[in-house]
Design a binder for this molecule. Structure first.
Ligand SMILES: [Cu+2]
Length: 230
């Protein structure tokens, strides 16, 4: 019996990590895992990226996806996780417009091209723990594609930053994925500020190197640029 309990605990520890293989657009999921979302390097291991300076911080992938998902501007989106997102930390969404002559199905997302469209803020729960929206569920929090986003192909980047070990350098874990999308019915906004991955984050950012037990909900500062809301 004791042996069995140990096995169950070990399995639980592995399942603490997660990947985001499916984008959901206005309530409709991608047809299959990794359909338009680029299969991430941790698809099997589920381990997070631990260095904000790593090339893996951009899309955590070494391959493209076979499809491009159509996303109407103004759409509500979220991702489905393979495991419960049980680690505290923000969920953020970014977009990068594919340059002329490239396609979402082959572009690598390099350069100062990424703008943030959504972040989440924590609350203090009754146990004095900082908790983020959609924590401990299989679905990441909703975001809206700003209506003013210009038409065209984009990479959509989702991340959830696990901060349970973030009180030591490179202790934060980044769980992320990029999806190949085509935005339709958009506007003529000028998205920004634009940042690069890697580059947008540093290991010492107050939202990355942080002791969650020592801050208030109001004082948490998520890493990266301000949100562009269109
Ligand atoms: Cu974990």
């Amino acid at each position: 019996m004791k042996f069995l309990t140990g096995l169950l605990l070990a399995a639980t520890a592995v399942q603490a990590h997660y990947t985001f293989p499916r984008l959901v657009i206005n309530g409709k999921s991608e047809e299959a895992d990794w359909w338009a979302t680029r299969r991430t390097k941790n698809a099997d291991s589920k381990t997070g990226v631990e260095s904000a300076a790593s090339g893996d911080i951009r899309c955590y992938s070494s391959q493209t996806a076979s499809n491009i998902a159509t996303v109407p501007a103004g759409a509500t989106i979220h991702y489905i996780s393979t495991q419960q997102v049980n680690h505290p930390g923000p969920t953020q969404y970014y977009l990068a417009k594919v340059p002329e002559g490239k396609s979402a199905s082959n572009w690598d997302g390099s350069g100062n091209v990424w703008f943030k469209i959504h972040t989440t803020t924590p609350t203090m729960d009754s146990n004095k723990q900082l908790t983020w929206p959609a924590q401990n569920t299989y679905v990441l929090t909703n975001a809206t594609i700003p209506a003013a986003t210009p038409d065209g192909e984009y990479l959509l980047r989702v991340e959830q930053i696990a901060l349970h070990l973030a009180n030591r350098p490179n202790g934060a874990q980044f769980y992320l994925a990029c999806t190949q999308i085509k935005i339709t019915g958009g506007g003529n906004g000028t998205p920004g500020p634009l940042v690069a991955f890697p580059g947008a984050y540093s290991a010492n950012d107050p939202g990355i190197l942080v002791n969650l037990g020592a801050i208030t909900a109001d004082s948490y500062v998520p890493p990266g640029p301000a949100v562009w809301s269109g």
